[in-house]
Design a protein around this ligand. Sequence first.
Ligand SMILES: N[C@@H](CCC(=O)N[C@@H](CS)C(=O)NCC(=O)O)C(=O)O
Length: 225
Amino acid sequence: MIKIYQMEVSPYCDKIRRVLNFKKQTYEVEELSAFAIKKVASIGKVPALKHNETLIQDSTQIFYYLEEKFPEPALIPENLKHRALCHFFEDWADESLYNYDIAIHFSLRENESRINAIAEHEKGWKKKFMQKMGPTFARKQINAQGVGLKPREMLLEDIERHLTSISDYLGNDSDWLVGDKITLADIAVFVQVYAINFAPQGAEIINRLPNLLSWMKRVDQTTSG
Ligand SMILES: N[C@@H](CCC(=O)N[C@@H](CS)C(=O)NCC(=O)O)C(=O)O
């Protein structure tokens, strides 16, 4: 039995759901209150995944565990250079792009109602607390990381540069980021771009990039449950 402990809105949880969908594995999800994550996951982050009696934390660790347990269809290329590129894409998506998802929603204060996607899973005072304080906590996180300190214009320029780079890298002749099959790289990058697309400024950029748009549709169709 596979169970994902998640917050639905988290791109890292989306990543793991999509990996399992692609591998045709059935799973349960348990939505965690932000206040309860530590009780399940010692590192204090979701996703965590339980497979039989084994608990794994961190989406990268979870991914490699799943790739080993359920090797077909593979999401890691055989070619070593492709494998390395896949790793670089995943790490860039997880460690860089993610911060732009948080920044576009919470540095740009007109988008901070995005917090409701998290708060709707809380009850009573926790819901009110999350609605009121969630944006402040998110800003604290990206300010400490650095992206949150960038002025609005610089932030949007950065995001445009990142998204345009994905689009240009794909060109109009590549279906996938690495090699000729879907890999972890596509899923890891897609979930972050998908999250950025919820902000109107992100959607406005994405909608100007036809190669990116058609790739997003392809990844979504291939990995939806
Ligand atoms: N490197 C981790 C990052 C996971 C992560 O940052 N998860 C966020 C949700 S998107 C989280 O659990 N935040 C809760 C918190 O920081 O309290 C992974 O790949 O799983």
